[in-house]
Design a protein around this ligand. Structure first.
Ligand code: SME
Length: 201
């Protein structure tokens, strides 16, 4: 007959009466709101137009009353990163002179400067067009910032005719982005830039 271990199980109980620190509470709240965003993405049942419509509402609410460009771009990238499934990088490159310079983003550290016409970002900026790359390994001149990335979408940002930069999203899934993503992301950047218009960005 197998004998049972008499070793007491390790207690995971919180020592009674111990208060949860403010930092722990904050962490729990952050975790909960991130979970909510992910749940919102999941609840769209793979319906991309519905998901992007809900992101427009969430973006408008994040932007409301705030006109700091960097802060708004940072929250925008966090919203995308936490709401869109299968995305490992989401963020901005802004045009400075004749190169794109890394802006607010979520994901692994990335290359800081991209010359116009180089990489997916530089080509999208130069051609002033949204570019969907189903397999980045087949894109000539693709700049690999995260080895996990297999597909990518880059959306240029305009203030009227003026190119401000690009929004870049990477995914570990080949063929992750399609025309519905292009449409949804273009609507989101239009909302974002319209909010920032006249701020001298
Ligand atoms: N892959 C991009 C570079 C930026 S990272 O993906 C964040 C490109 O080829 O332009």
């Amino acid at each position: 007959m197998a004998s049972r271990s008499t070793k007491p199980a390790k207690s995971t109980k919180r020592p009674s009466g111990k208060k949860i620190s403010a930092a722990a509470k904050k962490k729990a709240l952050t975790k909960r709101s991130t979970a909510k965003l992910r749940a919102a993405a999941v609840n769209t049942d793979g319906n991309k137009p519905k998901l992007y419509a809900s992101l427009v509402v969430q973006l408008l609410s994040l932007l409301k009353g705030e006109h700091d460009f960097v802060a708004n771009a940072a929250n925008f990238s966090a919203l995308l990163f936490n709401s869109l499934p299968n995305v490992n990088w989401a963020g901005f490159y802004f045009l400075q002179g004749d190169e794109l310079v890394l802006g607010p983003f979520q994901g692994n550290p990335a290359c800081v400067r991209i010359p116009m016409g180089k990489g997916v970002c530089g080509v999208a900026a130069q051609q002033c067009e949204t570019i969907i790359v189903p397999n980045v390994h087949e894109f000539p001149g693709h700049i690999a910032c995260d080895v996990a990335s297999n597909s990518e979408i880059v959306v240029p940002l305009f203030d009227g005719e003026r190119l401000l930069g690009v929004l870049d999203l990477d995914s570990p899934t080949i063929g992750r982005f399609d025309d519905q993503d292009a449409e949804g992301l273009n609507e989101l950047v239009t909302v974002f830039v319209a909010h920032e218009e006249g701020l001298g960005v």
